[in-house]
Design a protein around this ligand. Structure first.
Ligand code: HEC
Length: 388
């Protein structure tokens, strides 16, 4: 009766990216672990084959997650007394649909997004979770989280009703990427904490990003070479006009993370400590006297912004569009719904809690419409959820 995810998690060796984002603690680069070893496939297959359908067990979990309540006696019997597995499946799936139509589902999604965004419980901090919860109830698409140009700060009444509202301020509008509450909550030097939040929340992995440190090794005087995909000269160091040496590699290859951080952070840098968008950079640096950051601290003159190497962007809306087109972002959305369905907590670095082919096919389906409600239905009715 062990859930498959537990088995898989145990079989999955740690991703072990030792980076904390604290430059003094090191840990940049050198992580070429590509996740679960290839020998776990047989173990998965064996465990998968051992399981049987148990629609009543699935119903109990689905009801708790989707509505916050246990199934009623009528609901339990409608599944239990169905003639065979095919009929139980029909009864179960009808209940999953019904649950997602209830006001309590909106409330559950609101809680889910508060947890996911790690923010909420004040009116200002609740607008991003409310926006995402509204999307999850079938209004709009998942990608609106990054691309929506209006009404990105709705309120939720705690029961089941969302009221659309415009975010305050004159920031370029890009879903939750320009949410004032999120910008305030994740305020920090250079706006790097905001970029870390975006990476971990919507890509489900920490810096450094494995695909971005698979470049040609370059000796920059460090104990280990720089392997970032961006050329070292494309981000700032003390050698090309910056005041912090992000090109340094002596203790740790700063550039393994900062090649990406520095190409994204300037787009978040005009939000001040209160999340209010200013017409110029409004985040400080850890330099003496905490002066405000300057554009040349991030990137040398003439270097454009980028979501990833080879994916140029120029402002928050185009960043949002690049994220909306990124398969890793879609996959993270699917993985988060699985993680929640299976009762896992922290997903970052443990992306793969279900078989990769399940994730891959559901990611493909998800990308067809980016409908979060359809995704939730697909997860809660998948064999990996209803078999024990
Ligand atoms: C493993 C990835 C990684 C590496 C390697 C790394 N950084 Fe960072 N750095 C981050 C992240 C993520 C943040 C944002 C942390 C936060 O605010 O929570 C950050 C924040 C910073 C900040 C702002 C911190 C503050 O004072 O609030 C500076 C300055 C910085 N890094 C410089 C460097 C330098 C210089 C190096 C190399 C010696 C380096 N970093 C190596 C990921 C990294």
């Amino acid at each position: 009766m062990k859930r498959i995810s537990t088995v898989l998690l145990a079989a999955t060796t740690s991703f072990a990216v030792a980076c904390t984002g604290d430059p003094t603690k090191g840990g940049g680069g050198g992580d070429d672990d590509d996740g679960p070893g290839s020998n776990v496939g047989d173990e998965w297959d064996q465990e998968l084959a051992k399981r049987d359908y148990d629609y009543n067990a699935a119903l109990k979990i689905a009801a708790l997650r989707l509505t916050g309540d246990l199934p009623t006696m009528d609901e339990i019997t409608s599944v239990r007394d169905a003639a065979d597995n095919a009929a139980k499946k029909v009864a179960y799936e009808a209940l999953v649909q019904a649950y997602m139509g209830r006001p309590t589902f909106a409330r559950q999604m609101f809680f889910f997004w508060r947890d996911t965004f790690k923010m909420g419980e004040t009116p200002e901090l609740d607008t991003a979770p409310a926006f995402a919860a509204q999307i999850s109830t079938g209004v709009g698409k998942y990608t609106d989280l990054f691309t929506s140009g209006a009404n990105n700060c709705p309120t939720f009444d705690g029961v089941g009703t969302f009221t659309p509202a415009e975010c305050p301020g004159n920031a370029p509008k890009a879903g939750v990427l320009s949410n004032p509450g999120a910008m305030k909550h994740y305020f920090g030097n250079f706006a790097f904490r905001r970029v870390k939040w975006v990476q971990e929340t919507f890509v489900c992995t920490k810096f450094p990003i494995s695909s971005q440190i698979a470049g040609t090794p370059t000796d920059n005087g460090g104990a280990t070479p720089y392997t970032g995909v961006f050329p070292i000269s494309s981000f700032s160091g003390t050698a090309n006009g910056g005041r912090v040496d992000f090109q340094d590699g002596k203790a740790v290859q700063c550039g393994h993370c900062h090649q990406n951080l520095n190409h994204v952070a300037p787009m978040f840098a005009n939000f001040d400590e209160n999340g209010v968008y200013q017409n110029q950079i409004a985040v400080p640096t850890p330099l003496d006297g905490a002066p405000l950051a300057q554009a040349t601290d991030y990137l040398p003159p003439g270097e454009g912004y980028a979501w990833r190497f080879g994916v140029p962007v120029n402002d928050l809306p185009s960043l949002g569009a690049a994220m909306a087109a990124d398969n890793d972002v879609a996959e993270c959305g699917v993985a988060r719904i699985w993680n929640w369905a299976l009762g896992k907590t922290d997903i970052v670095d443990t992306l793969q809690t279900v078989p990769s082919d399940t994730i891959a096919s559901q990611t493909t389906a998800f990308k067809g419409d980016y409908n979060v409600k359809n995704l939730i239905f697909a997860v809660y009715t998948a064999d990996d959820f209803v078999k024990f």
